[in-house]
Design a protein around this ligand. Structure first.
Ligand code: GRF
Length: 214
């Protein structure tokens, strides 16, 4: 049985694999990990579009290297968070995106975006949620003195960093660590679990008879 027979609901009108839309604000190392997992055949999907909001974000160069369309949607050009989200939805729909992947997207999302893609927006956060929500999560954990932190892939919800947890990896903090060393150790795990979590979530939805588009 081939994948077309197994996953009929995941097929967009003109594609044989789920289409991902990635939202990123920064370096884009998670975007790269996902793109590599697709290239390696570990994740059956296509990155249809990258949306970034910071004109100088390095994610743009990564998008170019992987030949993925990238659109700048600068939040400063929009009067409200809702207006920004409406433009994002317009582009995601125009590119027939099935699943939205937030990879270092540094804007608070509104109900407008969540309702447009119900249970179809994933986020990665650099702590073991529900501990250390919000920004500077790595520094929060470091300063608190916890000995184990990590990273979490979760569904996006209106309350920041609070949606259903899909996958986590634990990361130790050693006495000699600096914040930079710890950050790198966490990112190694992020790059492993994010593509895995996406693949598993697509499979789970398919098994429940839910396509990426429903
Ligand atoms: C990651 O640490 C992620 O957990 C957080 O933002 C960072 C993005 O890094 N949400 P990158 O742009 O993917 O390198």
């Amino acid at each position: 049985m081939n994948s077309l027979e197994i996953l009929p609901e995941l097929i967009s009108a003109d594609q044989s694999v789920p289409r991902l839309g990635v939202l990123a604000s920064g370096s884009g190392s998670n975007l790269e990990a996902i793109a590599r997992a697709i290239e390696n055949g570990q994740l059956s999907a296509k990155i249809a579009l990258i949306i970034y909001n910071e004109p100088e974000a390095a994610v743009r160069q990564r998008a170019e290297r992987f030949d993925i369309p990238a659109i700048l949607i600068n939040h400063r050009d929009y009067k409200s968070r809702q207006a920004l989200d409406r433009e994002i939805i317009k582009q995601l729909k125009a590119h027939k995106v099935d699943l939205v992947i937030m990879a270092g997207w540094m804007r608070i999302v509104t109900q407008v975006l969540i309702e447009a893609f119900p249970e179809r927006i994933l986020n990665i956060h650099p702590s073991l949620l529900p501990s250390f929500k919000g920004i500077h999560a790595i520094a929060q954990a470091f300063d608190y003195g916890v000995k184990i932190t990590g990273c979490t892939v979760h569904l996006l919800s209106l309350e920041v960093d609070s949606g259903k947890i899909l996958k986590q990896a634990a990361v130790p903090i050693f006495p000699e660590d600096t914040l930079e060393v710890l950050q790198k150790r966490i990112q190694v795990q992020e790059h492993l679990i994010y593509p895995q979590a996406i693949a598993e979530y697509l499979k789970e939805r398919s098994a429940k008879g839910l396509g990426a588009q429903t």
